[in-house]
Write a protein that binds this ligand. Structure first.
Ligand code: SF4
Length: 483
């Protein structure tokens, strides 16, 4: 079976009652693989998805949340609070990272959220480990009364392996309301007296952290986590020891100390950022010393780093990848929004794009957007322009997090023309359905018009809206031929 099947089996065998999430690479297939077995939903955004999971936990039902790495930024608000607040039944967040940036806007490392929120993070390296991780994560979540994060990557989800399934009878575990007898200060103290020490003890003793001593007693060791652990196992000679970590927050510091003391040179292999290495730096080699590259870790990188292990600092080569070299997903030639995009191109105004299909207008021949920071960001970005400009946003981006920006634009009297691409699907993530916000928007913004994107007069209409004061909205409905 592959890693994805291991995770799905783990969710089912852990007695999970509900799964929420937001689609995106590399985790979209995970939700879809649940079929009819468990109640699940694509939520409007990741904060909403986690809040539903927390509500489910309060009533004693285990719940999972599926998100890509950038979604961790959106759900971080209730995540950070939930650790001190406490929960009832287990909540596990599956965070899909994208080392190598195959299909994302950045390469961020979800393991950092473990330190920020002070919650456990599992970083499984094999299919077998992934299955056990899910079951352990739900148990640990209930024990320490916080959500647990499991970091996933595309290579792990596609890796093959064996595991033995075992389903268990799960007792309903609602929240213990005695927590409300404590002040906020008291809740934080309780966390550090009860929950956090238990997490540390678990990390130090978990069977998921594998300590493999070399047979030939060499003095080189490798510490790794996540999918790169499988790569290390497949290439290291038998005179190198390997500490393969699955629990990466809190780090099992005593275990790592014992390992480092037994070796004169220790390499850390992890992706994407030096999360482990930073916590034990000056005694190990890795990304900070130039031995390993930032981002994705390949077998060749590990072999080169082992070859350089007796050098203290390795000069890092910067190989900038240009768009020409890497290639980008081109704009669909039959996209119904082309006439609208070309009309915007003829206007000399700043344009904020979003992270749906409009991001593809950044490349020639259109090259119309000046910036696109995150999903749902275009309206507020355009509100910051020094003159009235255009915000292009998909109907999915608007529902995800664009609506508060629209409310703010009206409330604080900003100047912006909002163009909503209403194709009724999240086209970038596989065509998931999007709610119809026509009534909500047109009731709230007086200057709202509905226009076909191939309307002949569209350039004049855009110009007219740009000359008016305040917020104008153009709703542009069209069917995406891909979905
Ligand atoms: S996926 Fe659909 S909406 Fe997006 S660019 Fe292609 S045709 Fe246009």
């Amino acid at each position: 079976m592959n890693g994805l099947e291991a995770i799905v089996s783990g969710i089912i065998d852990s007695g999970v009652k509900k799964v929420t999430g937001v689609p995106g690479y590399p985790i979209t297939d995970l939700m879809e693989a649940l079929g009819d077995i468990i109640k699940h939903e694509w939520s409007i955004n990741e904060k909403v998805a986690l809040e539903i999971a927390l509500g489910s936990s309060v009533c004693g039902q285990r719940c999972a949340v599926i998100t890509k790495h950038v979604g961790m930024n959106i759900l971080s608000d209730p995540l950070v609070t939930s650790a001190i607040h406490t929960i009832g039944a287990g909540v596990v967040i599956f965070a899909g990272d994208d080392p190598g940036i195959e299909k994302s806007q950045n390469e961020q490392d979800s393991r950092f959220y473990g330190s920020i929120a002070e919650v456990p993070v599992f970083d499984p390296g094999t299919t077998e480990n992934a299955y056990i991780c899910v079951k352990e994560a739900f148990m640990l979540s209930e024990k320490v009364r916080t959500p647990v994060i499991i970091r996933l990557t595309n290579r792990l989800l596609k890796s093959n392996g064996d595991f033995v399934r075992k389903s268990e009878q799960i007792q309903s575990k609602p929240i213990d309301k005695k927590i409300w007898h404590l002040t906020m200060l008291g809740k934080h103290q309780r966390f550090h007296v009860e929950s956090f020490p238990h997490m540390c003890k678990y990390a130090e003793t978990s069977i998921l952290n594998l300590y493999k001593i070399n047979e030939k007693k060499g003095d080189i060791g490798i510490i790794s986590s996540g999918f790169p652990s499988s790569l290390v196992d497949s290439i290291i000679p038998d005179n190198i020891s390997h500490l393969s970590l699955t629990i990466v927050n809190p780090l099992p510091i005593d275990l790592i100390d014992r390992f480092i003391k037994k070796h004169s040179r220790v390499l850390v292999v992890e992706e994407t950022e030096p999360v482990i290495e930073k916590q034990v730096s000056k005694r190990v080699f890795g990304k900070l010393t130039g031995h390993m590259p930032y981002g994705i870790a390949e077998e060749e990188d590990i072999k080169r780093a082992i070859g350089n292990i007796n050098i203290d600092t390795v000069k890092r080569d910067i190989v900038p990848q240009t768009i020409e070299k890497r290639g980008t997903r081109p704009m669909c030639e039959d996209c119904p929004y082309m006439p609208l995009y070309f009309a915007i191109k003829e206007l000399d105004v700043p344009v904020a794009g979003d992270l749906g299909c409009s991001i593809m207008t950044s490349s020639p021949p259109l090259s119309i957007i000046d910036a696109a920071f995150s999903l749902g960001s275009s309206i507020s970005t355009a509100c910051g322009f020094n003159r009235k400009g255009i915000a292009i946003i998909g109907d999915y981006g608007l529902a995800h997090s664009g609506i508060p920006a629209m409310i703010n634009a009206v409330h604080n009297e900003h100047e912006v023309v909002v163009v909503v691409l209403q194709n009724e699907v999240a086209a970038m993530t596989g065509g998931q359905e999007v709610p119809d916000l026509t009534g909500l928007v047109s009731n709230y913004i007086k200057d709202t018009v509905i226009l076909n994107p191939d309307e002949k007069n569209i350039r004049n209409i855009l110009n007219e809206k740009l000359k008016k004061n305040g917020v104008s909205v153009i709703l542009a409905p069209a069917k995406c031929p891909r979905y």
